[in-house]
Structure formats: structure tokens, C-alpha cells
Design a protein. Structure first.
Length: 397
């Protein structure tokens, strides 16, 4: 299971990837949605240009400066979400924004003081932190001086807001950077885990088959030399070859079965990812107590969890899912109990499907039981396996 895809490719993640360029036009538009609402502070300059208080030449120059300012701001901030400009280009564009803010405010009046908000946001979002920590207060001071010169009232409140917005954007930028680094680290860990699993598989196959194949080769050579003069001895060598090869086949099958056996802790982690990506609020334990539980029984519970979570994601329409793994003392002895409960519909079927039927058979083979059905506010599945003593084989085994 990966971040972007659930069991069997049921659903693909549709959320934006922080700190990465858009993968499609739709994602580019969604990223713009995060930027465009902040243009609300530009309502005052637009109102000023449409009020008729200035001459035609001043209005024309104001519109040119306004469009240039908005275009530069959107370009810098949008590109910073994926493929940012070079440091020198960013510095030049931020300086251009600051210059436009000062010139437009001085030329057209205090209604344009809100431009300094965008200068602060751009500084916090794009400049290196060491530089942003100095430029943001400098931008606020410049705004204060320009506002005093143009007669803007309430400058101290605006000064506080602009400064806090600038520093808040530095925090958002750090959050995005951390998210990107965590994504890369997770991909690296997954790759290292895959490489380690390949090495383990190679070592196990060598240990399993190295001796057997060497013995088969040796006995084949002996049988070839004995065949003309000692057919009875050659037949004995051939019989030994058959016995060794059969044992090697059994060893390989057992090894493959072990590789394919799911672990409950891994399935719990996978369930958390699957439910969260499907928009279901998940309440899942981190590390269950598996003391005294045989691997075969743990594997059956892992299959039960996978089946239950798949049903929740595919069919239930649930908004919340709770998973519990507890050891209980019952009349039949200690049991490890897996409970999966959701607040959905439980699907449209009128009876148990193939998944639950196969799961019941798996549990019966290890002496376990399965209960599944609707509850007051949704659907609940409970699977139990014995702890400690050998499994009591059920009638369905």
C-alpha cells in the first residue's frame, strides 16, 4: 500500500501535494484557490481606480501598476509552490513589488496601503529565512512611514497585522519544507526496506537451496558414472536425488508461505493510511499485545483486518471507523479479539459475501470465530483466535 493508492487501486489520492509542482490543470487551479482569496486586500485600490477621483492619465498609470503588481505577486508565490525562481530573480521581483507599493501609495493615496500586505507575504514565503527576518520588519517600517505621509489612520493595527502575516508565512514555508523532507525520507525508508527484503530473500534462498542443489549435482554426476557398470547403485543415487529435490520443494513452499503471511502490526499501519486517505476518521491502536499468539493466528487476524477495512472503504460510506485489539478471558480460554466497527451502512448485500465466508473458514482452521453484522449505528466485525494453547480445529476446517 502506498500513499496515493488503496487496496487493489480502489481510490486515488486527490489531495494536493505540498511543496511540489501541480501534476495537472485541475491541481494547478486548486493551488490557485489558496492564493486568489488573499487578493481581498486589493479591493481598496480597485475601488479607488473606479471612483473617478484621479485624472485619466493617473487612472491609466494606476491600472498598469496594479496589474503589474498582481501579476508579479501571483507569479512569485505560485512558482514558489513547486519550481521556484532563482534566488536572484526572487530578490529582484520582491524589490519590484516593494517599489510598486511605495510609488502607487505615494502617487494615488492611502487607499493603496494594502499592497504592503502582499509584499510581506511574498517576503515570508520566498526569501531565505535569514533575509526574511530583516526584510519583513523593514517592509512594515516603510509602510508606516508611507501611511503617515499619506494620512492613513489606524496604522499601528495595520503595522501589527502586516508584520505578523509576514512571519506567519515563514512558518508556513517551514511546514511545507518539513513535509517535503518527510515525504522524501519516507520514500527512502521504503526503498531501504525493499532492498533489505530482497537481500533477506536472497540469503534465505541460498541457505535453502544451496546445499540441496549442490547435493543433487554431486549425486547426478555419481549416477552418470555408475550407470554403465552399476545400474543398481545408479538407481539408488537417482532415488536420493528425488528425495532431496522433493525436500527442497517443501522448504521453498514453506519459505514462500512465510513471506506471504501478513503481520497484524503492518496491517494496522496500512489500515490507518487507507482509512485516512478515504476520508474516514480512524481510531486505530499502534502496537497490539501479541504475547502468546502464534504467527499463524496473528496472520489470520491480519487477513480479517484487511478484509474489514476494504469493506469499510469500498461499501460502507462510513465517516468513522474504530479498531480494537484486546486479549480477553472467555469460557473457551484466553482469546485475542479484533474488533472493527464503523458508522456506515455495512454495504448493500443481504448476506455474507465471499470475503467473510473465506475469512470464517480461515478462523475455523486455527480454532477462531467470526462475528459480523449490523449494530445500532453501523456495522461491526469481531474476529477471535485462541492465545497460548494449540488451536481447537473447528468443524469447518
Amino acid at each position: 500500500m502506498t500513499e496515493d493508492r488503496l487496496h487493489e487501486g480502489v481510490r486515488v489520492e486527490r489531495f494536493m501535494r505540498m511543496g511540489e509542482p501541480p501534476r495537472s490543470l485541475a491541481e494547478a487551479l486548486r493551488k490557485l484557490v489558496w492564493i486568489v482569496p488573499w487578493l481581498i486586500f486589493l479591493s481598496s485600490p480597485v475601488k479607488d481606480l473606479t471612483s473617478g477621483h484621479h485624472s485619466a492619465a493617473a487612472d491609466a498609470a494606476g491600472w498598469v501598476g496594479f496589474v503589474t503588481f498582481v501579476g508579479v505577486y501571483l507569479a512569485v508565490v505560485f512558482r514558489n509552490m513547486g519550481r521556484p525562481f532563482s534566488g536572484r530573480t526572487v530578490a529582484s521581483l520582491v524589490a519590484l513589488l516593494a517599489a510598486l507599493a511605495v510609488v502607487l501609495c505615494l502617487a494615488l493615496g492611502g487607499n493603496w496601503i494594502g499592497l504592503f500586505v502582499y509584499v510581506a507575504v511574498t517576503c515570508g514565503a520566498t526569501l531565505p529565512l535569514q533575509i526574511a527576518y530583516w526584510v519583513i520588519p523593514l517592509n512594515s517600517l516603510t509602510m508606516l512611514l508611507v501611511g503617515r505621509y499619506t494620512g492613513v489612520t489606524g496604522m499601528w493595527n495595520l503595522l501589527l497585522m502586516v508584520t505578523l502575516l509576514g512571519f506567519a508565512m515563514t512558518g508556513v514555508r517551514q511546514l511545507v519544507r518539513t513535509t517535503v523532507e518527510l515525504r522524501k525520507a519516507r520514500a527512502t525508508v521504503a526503498q531501504l526496506a525493499a532492498n533489505e527484503e530482497r537481500l533477506r530473500l536472497a540469503r534465505d534462498l541460498h541457505d535453502l537451496l544451496g546445499h540441496s542443489l549442490s547435493l543433487i549435482t554431486l549425486k547426478s554426476e555419481l549416477a552418470g558414472r555408475m550407470l554403465p557398470d552399476h545400474p543398481e547403485k545408479a538407481a539408488q543415487q537417482v532415488a536420493d536425488i528425488e528425495r532431496v529435490s522433493r525436500q527442497a520443494l517443501v522448504d521453498v513452499r514453506e519459505a514462500v508461505t512465510g513471506y506471504r503471511r501478513p503481520r497484524l502490526s503492518a496491517e494496522l499501519a496500512g489500515a490507518q493510511v487507507a482509512l485516512t486517505a478515504a476520508g474516514v476518521t480512524a481510531d486505530i491502536p499502534a502496537e497490539p499485545d501479541l504475547t502468546g499468539v502464534a504467527e499463524e493466528r496473528e496472520s489470520v487476524l491480519a487477513w480479517a483486518l484487511r478484509e474489514a477495512v476494504t469493506n469499510v472503504v469500498r461499501h460502507s460510506g462510513a465517516g468513522r471507523c474504530t479498531v480494537e485489539v484486546l486479549q480477553r478471558q472467555t469460557l473457551d480460554g484466553p482469546m485475542l479479539e479484533l474488533s472493527v466497527e464503523d458508522d456506515g451502512s455495512g454495504g448493500a448485500g443481504n448476506g455474507p459475501g465471499n470475503g467473510l465466508t473465506g475469512l470464517t473458514e480461515r478462523l475455523q482452521k486455527v480454532g477462531g470465530t467470526l462475528e459480523a453484522g449490523r449494530v445500532r449505528h453501523g456495522f461491526r466485525l469481531v474476529a477471535r483466535v485462541p492465545v497460548g494453547a494449540a488451536a481447537r480445529v473447528g468443524s469447518g476446517a
